[in-house]
Design a protein around this ligand. Sequence first.
Ligand code: HSE
Length: 311
Amino acid sequence: MIKIYAPASIGNINVGFDSLGIALSRLDGGILGDYVSITSSKKFILISQGCFFNDLPKDFYKNIIFHCWSKFCNKIGKIIPLKIILEKNVPVASGLGSSSCSIVAFLKAMNLFLNNPLNDNELLILMGELEKSLSGHIHYDNVAPCYLGGIKLILITDNLIIQDIPVFENWFWVIAYPGIKLSTYNSRKILPKYYNKNICIKQSQYLAGFIHASHTKQESLAAKLMKDFIAEPYRKLLLPNFENFCQISKKLGSLSYGIAGSGPTLFTIFNNLNIAQKMVKWLKTNYIKNNKGFVYICVVNKKGAQILEKK
Ligand code: HSE
């Protein structure tokens, strides 16, 4: 039996559309990720549970875990029947890398179960392809931090290059999920096909500057450069109360704020815990739409996907 935990993550973190992402842990130690357990079985069995399992398709062959399993079997050229238990704790279509949590936890578990037929690079490529099957485009900014932990910069050249970006240890990431769904597929569809040259130049400067400032420990410069000229101008129109959220974040002295991945979760960063708690209060009253919503203070999860049981 193998049990894996894979944490939630925020893709883009404003400045690196499809290129930067951070893995998260709740400051209060609560769960913010999916669990996958696998055991050998005579046939394929998938059991879904957890607080967000109702978000999942009822037919198991429409569940991303089934696609992960069949892709993995294809890749190794063997059908391996398994009994899989998915504990779905991250809301689907939330902007918190929910599908990545399931993809990463399952692929890590299956690979381990079979004594690692795939290396990290092959696994990550598979993870990216599975993300593409859901969102329509390949992007690694959730799967890479979810699998490896920390903040990751992902470069797709002739091959996949993943770089670790230093984190500011004193940053508290306040996240607010309103309890409503917004699929990555739909929030990518509203983005323009082409961008103005000045926007491209500006975004390149900000991203390069952010990476440099992170490496040289220039906290306020890094925070100042965490801006999104690519997606936020379009996606913010889908989010109620976004302008108020920006105003309050600014007023409370947030280092940076924006949309987590493709939304609707918002994030805002503070280096003062008391002020972060004030922001939590505001978000609970003004951004949460129903009892599925939540607001948490998070820090970076440096470990990524973890083995919880192996016997
Ligand atoms: N980079 C992806 C997007 C992240 O913004 O569409 C999805 O969570």
